[in-house]
Design a protein around this ligand. Structure first.
Ligand code: TYD
Length: 131
């Protein structure tokens, strides 16, 4: 499957909690870019594209949002509301993020630098996932 939820280990003690994310260890690619989305209005949807080559992991480090992922074989909506869960989205997967809580900070780890040419903006142009 080219999308799945990952569970990150929480280092917790009486002081609180800590999660560490490391390239090619608990993150299955080399992290070349990190960005985060915040102050998103509850009634807007973001994303609405796929990528030709990019792999990404989405983590709601605060608050919550929903993420629809669709590879034309399977389609699923995840609610991200826990900083210890990361949604891995590989290439050729359509994604839409919506229903952002007002306190949502959605952090995205990406396997490559920003490249507009890597975007697929038309749903029709993604190919069906094959096992
Ligand atoms: P956009 O792709 O529309 O965000 P989303 O996928 O959440 O709908 O990106 C918004 C703007 O930010 C757009 O002008 C492109 C720019 N941008 C960068 O410059 N670098 C990045 O790494 C990303 C993700 C976006």
């Amino acid at each position: 499957m080219n999308f799945k939820l990952l569970d990150f280990h929480i280092f917790g003690d009486e002081r609180g909690s800590l999660i560490s994310l490391e390239s090619n260890k608990n993150i299955p690619f080399e992290i070349k870019r990190v960005y985060y989305i915040f102050d998103t209005k509850n009634d807007v949807a973001r994303g609405k594209h796929a990528h030709k080559n990019l792999q990404q992991i989405l983590v709601a480090v605060s608050g919550s949002c929903k993420v629809l992922v669709d590879n034309k074989k399977d389609k699923k909506t995840y609610e991200l509301n826990n900083p210890s869960k990361g949604l891995l989205i590989e290439n050729n997967v359509w994604r839409e993020m919506f229903e952002f809580s007002s306190d949502c900070v959605l952090m995205v780890l990406a396997s490559d630098y920003y490249n507009k040419d890597d975007y697929i903006f038309e749903y029709e142009n993604i190919s069906k996932f094959k096992d």
